[in-house]
Design a protein around this ligand. Structure first.
Ligand code: HEM
Length: 495
């Protein structure tokens, strides 16, 4: 890593990301001792059961790719934008979603869920999901996001100056409230809270896979107990299927004037075949969209709030830009106003660059291929190391530093290469909910900074690699009221 110009905090974060404890032997030693290397690699894989980040050899951060041999299996870690583009996009037909996703999430989402399945079925599903994420659907969502963001901020203001909030629980609560209303309107009634709590529990469990799942080991290999999961799933399904059945019973009447996401899924029609999603698949997709979208969006806000609290200059500058827009409008901003403040999007992108909640995507080769001198064989496992790519000094100068301007400057190598910044993946399996995540995060960040000054509480969080990039500890930030107008020049001068 090119760390010369990074601050001490940046380095502390990078060290936590890139230094497994104990450190594995150097890569060139492993390459010279292939038999010992297999054993060392297996040990590393086993240790990473606690923190999946430690499955990545720290020296992989300085190479375009690293090949590890695990018995008969090859695991290829990719830290190169061209290679990532080849696997995810240009030759996507030679790679399928990793079986690991099926092993980890199949019990929760159903084997055919869009996130984890492949082939023509997955493509058809993607077409069917389209209307739930088109411009009209997003427009409806804007109102829901605006209302919940305003309520959250009013709640924080009522705590008084100097309040410390647990952003690790505030962000998921906000994301869950938005998702619940977006999907169900008021259909779950008083059971909505219980349903949300059950989903939260399940997501925490599904997102911390056992090593046997990650390695796709046979079913007889002992795994962490999932007792209790089946009961929770059954309760979730009871509520969910009841809500789905009520909508299915009225499907013949056509979609309502103001459809929620559940209506859009129930009425979705495949443009090629005219088919609707069967009942069980509507259920699978609802659970999938909650699982794929909820924790990821919340985590981006947890990491983002903490980092912004530590970046006084960046925070004040963004606050000034948002306050200027508020002053021009004469009141709080709406989602659509975010387009007029490019620094908001650039700041969120910088957060996603440094702390991509989906920090790795996995694929398995199903056909022969090559990249440079490397021959790829069917069965090879791939992990596209998004968090490394986002800090790769080939694309990003001062990689550990927080510099939103790099996303406003089209001459920056990383901002120019479409696969050097891929927090939402890329190619045909690009995240379907990225506009939803952005909408929610942009408004919350902008409106928070317009009203509050954030200060850090304690040391920067340590990353905990599960299926998403969690934090080891709870994250708190301190909120103080922000004076109405912090002039940008003054903010920069005080930095
Ligand atoms: C900051 C928030 C988010 C991040 C970082 C994120 C990240 C990702 C990534 C990296 C992928 C690609 C997985 C792969 O290629 O194997 C993905 C796929 C997906 N995401 Fe997101 N996501 C976010 C928010 C959302 C939201 C809000 C939703 C839904 C409302 C969502 C739904 C999905 C679905 C359904 C897929 C699977 C698409 C497919 O395989 O065709 N995500 N996401």
């Amino acid at each position: 890593m090119a760390r010369g110009e990074d601050s001490r905090d940046d380095r502390a974060m990078d060290d936590a990301l890139f230094t497994p404890d104990p450190a594995p032997p150097p890569l060139d030693w492993l390459e010279r001792h292939p038999v010992r290397a297999k054993w060392e690699t297996l040990k590393q894989v086993w240790r990473s059961g606690r923190n999946l980040l430690h499955i990545f050899h720290p020296e992989a951060a300085g190479r375009p790719y690293v090949v590890a041999n695990l018995g008969t299996l090859r695991l290829i870690t990719v830290n190169d934008a061209d290679f990532a583009r080849q696997v995810l996009s240009e030759r996507a037909d030679r790679y399928v979603k990793s079986h690991m996703y099926q092993a980890m999430l199949g019990d929760f989402l159903g084997r055919t869920a869009s996130l984890i399945s492949d082939g023509p079925g997955a493509r058809a599903k993607r077409r069917l999901l389209g209307p739930a994420f088109n411009a009209r659907a997003l427009k409806r969502l804007e109102g829901v996001v605006e209302r919940h963001v305003r309520e959250t901020l009013d709640g924080w203001a009522a705590l008084g100056p100097g309040a410390e909030i647990d952003i690790g629980s505030e962000a998921p609560t906000l994301a869950m409230r938005i998702a619940m209303e977006a999907f169900f309107s008021t259909a779950l009634g008083p059971r909505a809270e219980r349903f949300a709590a059950l989903l939260d529990d399940l997501m925490a469990d599904a997102g911390s896979p056992s090593m046997a799942d990650v390695m796709d080991l046979p079913r007889w290999v002992p795994r962490r107990s999932r007792r209790g999961v089946a009961e929770k799933m059954a309760e979730i399904d009871r509520y969910l299927l009841e809500a789905i059945d009520a909508r299915l019973a009225r499907r013949g009447e056509g979609p309502p004037d103001n459809p929620d996401m559940l209506d859009l899924l129930v009425h979705a029609t495949d443009p090629e075949t005219g088919a609707h999603l069967p009942r069980v698949e509507v259920r699978n997709e609802v659970v999938t969209l909650f699982m794929a979208g909820h924790e990821t969006t919340a985590l981006s806000l947890v990491w983002g709030f903490d980092r912004l609290a530590r970046e006084r200059a960046a925070q004040d500058r963004l606050a000034a830009a948002v306050q200027a827009a508020r002053a021009a409008k004469g009141g709080p901003l709406a989602c659509e106003d975010m387009r007029g403040i490019p620094l908001v999007g650039a700041t969120y992108d910088e957060i996603l660059r440094l702390y991509p909640p989906g920090y790795v995507v996995a694929r398995t080769a199903v056909a022969e291929d090559s990249f440079g001198d490397l021959s790829i064989r069917p069965g090879d496992r791939f992990q596209i190391a998004i968090f490394m790519l986002h800090r790769n000094p080939r694309y990003w100068a001062r990689a550990g530093a927080f510099e939103p301007d790099r996303f406003l400057d089209r001459t920056v190598a990383g901002a120019r290469h479409p696969f050097a910044f891929i927090p939402f993946g890329g190619g045909p399996r690009l995240c379907i909910g990225l506009a939803v995540a952005r909408m929610e995060a942009h408004l919350l960040i902008a409106e928070t900074l317009a009203r509050f000054r954030l200060s850090p509480v304690g040391a920067p969080p340590k990353p905990d690699g599960k299926i998403t990039l969690r934090t080891e500890d709870r994250v708190r930030v301190r909120l103080d009221p922000r004076a109405p107008v912090d002039a940008p020049q003054a903010a920069t001068a005080s930095a």
